[in-house]
Design a protein around this ligand. Structure first.
Ligand code: SAM
Length: 218
């Protein structure tokens, strides 16, 4: 049986170079985000963005929900994967970086597909459940302590065959270090365990960048 390859520094560099096709607009958004300093670490990897776009395309999704927008790179990739009449709702508690996101969504002609909501992810999701909204794909990339809540809420917002994608599920490798017991690491660890045992879903834990959990609701 083949084994998970060890991702050392050389292979990491290789993955970044060969796993991403140059895209000027994406590079500009990434470099503007980098100038913001430490917070830039929150942005998804470009390789992950490409993956999100493909999944949205091949699943023929028309409606997506994103929890955790920041400067909007993941939103941009998902919007690109949608058809012209597709929609992505993106939720973030902060509007601080929305103008950056909107600038690039506009430049890429994706703005008409994107609806931005400023609010708490769990509250917004609950309000969608109350109004019986359904989404084809839900991408979760916000506060880690709420990951188990987002997962349950997402399952209520998906039809059979709906997809959940969750970022940071390897959490810089901390999930595998049993000496690390902070609440965020523990929340991610618990959720990985829960998904593995959850008979309502099929899943794949993909070591792409900081780890994506890819989940299909049965
Ligand atoms: C990792 S960043 C998202 C990165 C984004 N997906 C991207 O590609 O650039 C996490 C975001 O979640 C937001 N956030 C934190 N707590 C939240 C909550 N309770 N509800 C919604 N968003 C939240 C933060 O403001 C931050 O912008």
């Amino acid at each position: 049986m083949s084994e998970q390859v060890e991702i050392n520094q050389d292979l990491k560099k290789y993955l970044q170079e060969l796993g991403y096709r140059k895209d000027t607009l994406v590079d500009e958004l990434a470099s503007e985000t980098k100038k913001l300093g430490k917070v830039a670490r929150m942005q998804i990897a470009k390789e992950q963005g490409q993956f999100l776009e493909i999944i949205v395309k091949i699943s023929n999704a028309k409606s997506c929900l994103e929890i955790g927008r920041f400067t909007g790179l993941s939103t941009l990739f998902m919007a690109r994967g949608l058809p012209k009449d597709g929609k992505i709702v993106t939720v973030d508690t902060s509007d601080e970086f929305l103008p950056i996101a909107e600038k690039y969504w506009d430049q890429d002609n994706q703005a008409s597909k994107i609806k931005s909501i400023i609010g708490d992810g769990t509250e917004v999701m609950q309000s969608f459940i109350d109004r019986q909204y359904i989404f084809d794909i839900i991408f979760i990339d916000a506060d880690k302590n709420n990951y188990p809540n987002y997962y349950e809420l997402a399952l209520s917002l998906l039809p059979s065959n709906g997809i959940i994608i969750i970022d940071n599920m390897l959490w810089h490798g901390d999930v595998a270090d049993i000496s690390i017991l902070d609440s965020r690491t523990q929340a991610i660890r618990d959720l990985n365990q829960k998904i593995k045992e959850d008979k309502r879903v099929e899943f794949s834990l993909i070591p792409l960048s900081d780890g994506l959990s890819f989940i299909r609701k049965k």
